[in-house]
Design a protein around this ligand. Structure first.
Ligand SMILES: [Zn+2]
Length: 320
């Protein structure tokens, strides 16, 4: 059976058609979010039609369509209740897309972070595990929870906001309004702030050299790049790893999944990140290493996690 998956991002819409484990075609188009919801849904219909054409298929060859959308999603009614990123309020997504496609194909939606977690669980790093979490360390800290191979959505898809668990009461202000959230300490944005702060305290740090003397050039990579060669950089990374391990151990203690998958910009550090996290993460586990193992792994699907997860969502909701 063939499924179409769509990943709606703030800048691009990515899509793919999958048959079993094989990706028949994938494509990308600009979101055009500034032109409003109707235009964005036009663009989604456009990429679907384009992919059908490229693969020589018709809509009637497709068993179902899945879509991962940013925001609070009512997956039962097929609606986006609220999306801060797209500035959408109560958009009747499934109905609008169905009208544009002009065919009776079932369409299923869920939150984009949940869908990416399902992508890693169905096709990527968490393939071997029934219970897994995906934590994306980017501008914010996103996440998805997979239990028994299925997305845990919470009421109206509003659950699994893993980045907004507090790891330091009364700590740094988070974008959500609370203080001390996991995201405020462990996102790439937070690491950039931590790196800049350390640089301003140590004018002789090598960190200055690699950013050409300008703190505006600091990225989520900068401190890791100097980890072995600069004491200040090492301190920044070690402290950051401490925060990250704190949050990951909390999540592991709540869900005790077989694996936690790390995605987003920071996950490009690969094995170094895993090696640094291992000790503080495992020492925070309930029962430490005496309990069942929780593997830390780097996400495998990168930018394809969203549309692949959306295909898996469509397959699952159809009961296949
Ligand atoms: Zn928060």
């Amino acid at each position: 059976m063939k499924f179409i998956g769509v990943d709606l991002g703030g800048t691009n819409i990515k899509g793919g058609i999958v048959d079993g484990d094989e990706v028949l075609v994938k494509d990308e188009i600009k979101t055009g979010k500034e032109q409003g919801a109707e235009k964005v849904i036009d663009n989604i219909a456009e990429i679907i039609k384009r992919m059908l054409f490229q693969s020589g298929l018709r809509l009637s060859d497709i068993a179902a369509i899945g879509a991962g959308l940013p925001g609070m999603i009512d997956s039962l009614r097929g609606m986006v209740l609220y999306s801060n990123n797209l500035r959408w309020v109560k958009v009747d997504f499934v109905k609008s897309l169905q009208v544009r496609l002009g065919g009776p194909v079932p369409i299923f939606i869920s939150n984009d972070a949940n869908v990416a977690a399902l992508g890693e669980a169905a096709f990527g790093a968490a393939r071997a595990f029934p219970d897994s979490l995906l934590i994306t360390l980017g501008t914010g800290v996103g996440g998805g929870v997979i239990i028994g191979g299925k997305i845990f959505e919470g009421n109206m898809g509003a659950g699994a906001e893993l980045g907004h668990m507090v790891i330091k009461a009364g700590g740094c202000r988070c974008t959500c309004g609370r203080k001390g959230c996991f995201e405020a300490y462990s996102s790439a944005t937070a690491l950039i702030k931590q790196t800049k702060k350390a640089m301003l305290r140590d004018r002789n740090s090598q960190l200055w050299t690699i950013c050409g003397g300008n703190v505006d050039n600091v990225s989520g990579k900068t401190a890791f790049d100097c980890y072995y060669s600069d004491e200040t950089a090492k301190k920044v990374v070690d402290k950051y790893i401490g925060y990250l391990a704190e949050g990951l151990s909390n999540l592991a203690n709540i869900f005790r999944p077989q694996a936690i998958i790390l995605g987003g910009g920071i996950s490009k550090q690969g094995q170094l990140l895993i090696d640094l996290l291992k000790e503080p993460f495992e020492s925070g586990l309930f029962g430490t290493v005496l309990g069942p193992r929780v593997e830390l792994k780097i996400a495998e699907l990168k930018n394809d996690a969203g549309f692949l997860g959306a295909c898996a969502l469509a397959r699952q909701r159809l009961g296949q």
